[in-house]
Design a protein around this ligand. Structure first.
Ligand code: NAD
Length: 437
């Protein structure tokens, strides 16, 4: 099929590349000139394992192209995916302006003559893959209608994306489920055909249910994280170990072990903004979502509590040299959006600490105000008064801790992800502070 993907962020680029790999003709569009130039030149604007190779393979095969020209890309495509950003506004509400702008662009393109695609005269399936508030399917439909695109020419479908940064290609190719929300059989049928090679479990729903499924999924994941963090906070006060508790409760199939890792809470480009957007949606519709409010409150508290532990240990942070290991919001990505590291570093600097940092994927790529980002972990911890583990990159587990202890000013570890073995660290002579253990 001929596909147009609008937005070349994680979701757009992975979706476009994977569909190309399944044999479709894909054109990925973005308004960001630099990004398109970079993609045309064979570079990937962010780190995602395996993506560079897959983009290159499909570009060479002529199935994957990149363009700034939304109108002609839309005109020559049969299915158009909207995969642009929907960040949080100050109020927590989802900012849908990029989706609205793209819908307007599609409408303009479809009004132009010569838009036949071969699958029914002029017919387009417009798929919303961005995470959007409930009702956005109607908003996009109305934009097209009001701009004069006749109903016989298009249908809007909701197809939320569930991929995870760091394993995005595998998640796309082997999804737990595919959700297709539509109003017409044509929308269901075309998307079912498109996804058929994946042999995945497809759930057919209304557009409004599909839109809510995405928010409810992310809110539930955030809920598991805040829940186990709350249990960790109780563990610290009563002398239990959250690792032991999580392992045992996770064996109950109704609960499950995943996302029960106590730590610094959730961050990233999705969970924080999606929980906030769902809270906003609930309130706008006259309902105060107490559980969702608590998920956010516990998540905020985790960082405060961690900073509190560091501050209490040193009494005064002014002039203390702190080495932060891990900056991305989780391992296997270079995404810093809403990363706990940024909040922690900001607080530490505000309290007068001198912060150095290292992250396997960020060194040399990004600047964080007030922080020296080193090229390796040993340089970052040299002469430090404490090592602060923020993101659990596998390579930190392999550090030579005897060497680390020798080069640090003081052997103190604040383990924000419970990555290290407390007994082993104490045996090596470190003061070890974890979460809920
Ligand atoms: P992103 O911010 O990484 O990329 C969005 C891209 O859209 C950017 O390249 C931007 O230039 C482009 N864009 C914005 N406005 C445009 C316009 N008017 N015309 C053309 N291009 C435009 O976003 P992302 O992380 O890929 O997320 C996209 C959507 O998917 C969001 O709604 C997000 O919530 C959702 N989502 C993200 C993930 C994830 O892990 N990142 C997972 C599932 C769902």
């Amino acid at each position: 099929m001929k596909l147009c993907i609008i937005g070349t962020g994680y979701v757009g680029l992975v979706t476009g590349t994977c569909f190309a790999n399944l044999g479709n003709d894909v054109i990925c569009v973005d308004k960001n000139q630099e990004r398109i130039k970079c993609l045309q030149g064979g570079k990937i604007p962010f780190f995602e394992p395996g993506l560079k190779e897959l983009v290159s393979l499909n570009k060479k095969a002529g199935r994957l192209k990149f363009s700034l020209d939304l109108a002609s890309s839309v005109q020559c495509s049969e299915v158009i995916f909207i995969a642009v950003s929907t960040p949080a506004k100050e109020t927590g509400e989802a900012d849908i302006s990029a989706v609205v702008a793209v819908a307007g662009g599609i409408a303009k393109a479809l009004k132009k003559p010569g838009t036949a695609t071969g699958r029914g005269k002029h017919y387009k399936i417009i798929v919303n893959k961005s995470t959007v508030p409930v009702g956005m399917g109607d908003v996009v439909t109305n934009i097209l209608r009001e701009d004069g695109v006749p109903d016989e020419q298009f249908t809007v479908v909701s197809n939320p994306e569930f991929l995870k940064e760091g394993s995005a290609i595998a998640d796309f190719m082997r999804p737990d489920r595919i959700v297709i929300g539509a109003t017409h059989n044509r929308g269901f049928n075309v998307l079912t055909e498109l996804y058929r090679p994946l042999n995945a479990h497809i759930i057919f729903t209304s557009i409004k249910s599909a839109e809510l499924i995405k928010y409810a999924s992310n809110a539930f994941l955030a809920n598991k994280i805040s829940f186990i963090n709350e249990i960790a906070n109780i563990c610290e006060r009563v002398g239990s170990d959250v690792g032991e508790v999580a392992a045992a409760i996770g064996l109950d199939k109704r609960i499950g072990r995943e996302f029960l890792n106590a730590g610094l809470g959730y961050g990233g480009s999705c969970l924080p903004k999606d929980v906030s957007a769902l809270i906003h949606l609930a309130r706008e519709n006259g309902y105060e979502p107490e559980v969702l409010n608590s998920i956010e409150a516990v998540n905020d508290f985790q960082i405060e509590a961690f900073i509190g532990k560091i501050t209490r240990h040193f009494k005064k942070l002014k002039g203390k040299r702190l080495a932060v290991l891990g900056l991305s919001f989780k391992p296997q990505t270079d995404d810093l959006r809403d990363a706990p590291s940024l909040k922690i570093i900001k607080e530490l600097i505000a309290k007068g600490a001198i912060v150095r940092a290292y992250d396997p994927c960020i060194a040399g790529r990004t600047a964080i105000p007030g922080v020296k980002i080193d090229q390796d972990a040993y340089t970052a911890v040299k002469d430090a008064d404490a090592l602060i583990l923020v993101t659990e990159w596998a390579e930190f587990r392999e550090l030579d801790f005897e060497r680390v202890k020798k080069i640090m000013q003081r052997p103190v570890i604040f383990d924000g992800r419970n990555m290290f073995d407390p007994a082993k660290m104490r045996e090596l002579g470190f003061t070890y502070v974890g979460i809920g253990r």
